[in-house]
Design a protein around this ligand. Structure first.
Ligand code: NAP
Length: 408
């Protein structure tokens, strides 16, 4: 369907079809959201205009969520917003406040669950000039695929002493012969084979498509054997049934290939979560694509972001088979709202991911290079300026201006 402004992105045979004037919904976000969204939109529009010489243009379509939605409609996340995100296939959002009370656990989690955005994809790559606590941050180049719809993130839990917790504990103790204290709080951790395998399939396919070297299944299966342990087992099973001629497991590498990687294949390995946190710090070059369950992936994403400059520098996306929502990975940082102060890089880098997803690689590359050149020239917002000797501290909008100027 076509509007006066533009046309819809569609899918044919599983392949994305992007018109020259796609309609892309955006959620500006709360707190610092409007500041970073304005900067991002200006940078993307300038790059697309310049690189495609006016032949391509994004028709932005605002949809409401968070505080702005609540003020205008009385709802934090109107159904119309979810419908639009689903219908237009590709969208981008700023951070959203988590409402206190009102029955919504988190707007972000609700969007992911309602649209079944099962893969949270977070690339973590170092940009030269960004202050980092690592000695060799340029060795950090990983892409995390975190399961987004299962695990204890589903929020199935009951407080200590509640009738539900008491009933469940009595049942488990009586029928399943366990010994849970009657005053325990209870949370449930469901993980399915289908849910785990669609995430791992996506991670392996990404690694193959992007010529990466390995996929690591990160899990805590030594303790949680039937949930996280099963995640690992289902991953190996999937590799065997669907990618047998493209994937080599660590075991097979030594038994069948004498320790030498055959060409055109990727290595599939697994690591326990706790040691992974140590090894990504000590030996980052051993990690490439990482697939993990929901909660572990949440921790790992922010820990890795810290290695390359913090959440202000980390992009993210939430992806289903035909719907994708790109987003800043940090929160609303309310104390900086409307000060034109914070770093818009997380949202700009997310927009780069969005353009790559659309196949507009020239625009994605153009923005990436301009952003890197701006940081290399030490033109940065307060967060990087405070850690960079000789930096010129600029406002959010001025940082966007500098990137636009640097567009080749
Ligand atoms: P936050 O908003 O991410 O802010 C924590 C700190 O991170 C800030 O005080 C600032 O540190 C730094 N920071 C965040 N964004 C930055 C940026 N763009 N540029 C530079 N520095 C940045 O975390 P929070 O204070 O825990 O959460 C605030 C609200 O956001 C809550 O309502 C939370 O639920 C929500 N939230 C939303 C999302 C989302 O929408 N995806 C994610 C996380 C949290 P300094 O003050 O040290 O400079």
């Amino acid at each position: 369907m076509s509007t006066n402004e533009g046309d819809r992105i569609t899918y044919t045979g599983g392949m994305i079809q992007v018109p020259d004037h796609p309609v892309i919904p955006f959620i500006e976000g709360d707190g610092i959201g409007p500041d970073i969204w304005r900067a991002t939109q200006r940078v993307v529009d300038a790059a697309v205009r310049k690189i495609y010489a006016g032949q391509r243009r994004i028709a932005w379509k605002e949809v409401l969520a968070g505080e702005k939605a609540y003020h205008e409609t009385g709802q934090w996340l109107p159904q119309a917003t979810l419908d639009t995100l689903r219908e237009y296939k590709v969208s981008i959002k700023g951070p959203l406040t988590t409402p206190i009370g009102g029955g919504i656990r988190s707007l972000n989690v609700t969007i992911r669950q309602e649209l079944d955005l099962y893969a949270c994809v977070r690339p973590v790559r170092y940009i030269a000039g960004v202050p980092s606590p690592m000695r060799e941050p340029d060795k950090v180049d990983m892409v995390i695929f975190r399961e987004n719809t299962e695990d204890i993130y589903l929020g199935i839990e009951w407080p200590s002493g509640s009738p539900e917790a008491t009933q469940l504990i009595e049942f488990i103790n009586r029928e399943l012969h366990k010994h849970i204290s009657v005053d325990a709080a209870i949370g449930i951790k469901p993980m399915t084979k289908a849910g785990s395998q669609r995430l791992i399939r996506r991670a392996i396919q990404y690694a193959l498509d992007h010529h990466r070297r390995s996929v690591t299944l990160m899990h805590k299966g030594n303790i949680m054997k039937f949930t996280e342990g099963a995640f690992r087992d289902w991953g190996y099973e999937l590799a065997q049934t669907e990618f047998a001629d493209r994937v080599v497991t660590e075991d097979a590498l030594y038994k069948e290939f004498n320790g030498k990687m055959p060409p055109d294949r990727i290595l599939l390995k697994d690591r326990i979560a706790d040691i992974t946190f140590q090894q990504v710090l000590l030996r980052p070059s051993e990690f490439d694509v990482i697939a993990c369950p929901n909660l572990n992936g949440d921790f790992l994403s922010d820990a890795l972001a810290a290695q390359v400059g913090g959440v202000g520098m980390a992009p993210g996306s939430n992806i289903a088979d035909e719907v994708a929502v790109f987003e800043a990975t940090h929160g609303t940082a309310p104390k900086y709202a409307n000060l034109d102060k914070v770093n818009p890089s997380s949202l700009i880098l997310s927009a780069i991911m969005m353009l790559e997803h659309m196949g507009w690689n020239e625009a994605a590359e153009g923005i990436g290079q301009a952003l890197e050149a701006t940081i290399a020239n030490k033109i940065v917002t307060y967060d990087l300026a405070r850690q960079t000797a000789g930096a010129r501290e600029v406002k959010t909008s001025e940082f966007a201006d500098a990137i636009i100027q640097a567009l080749a």
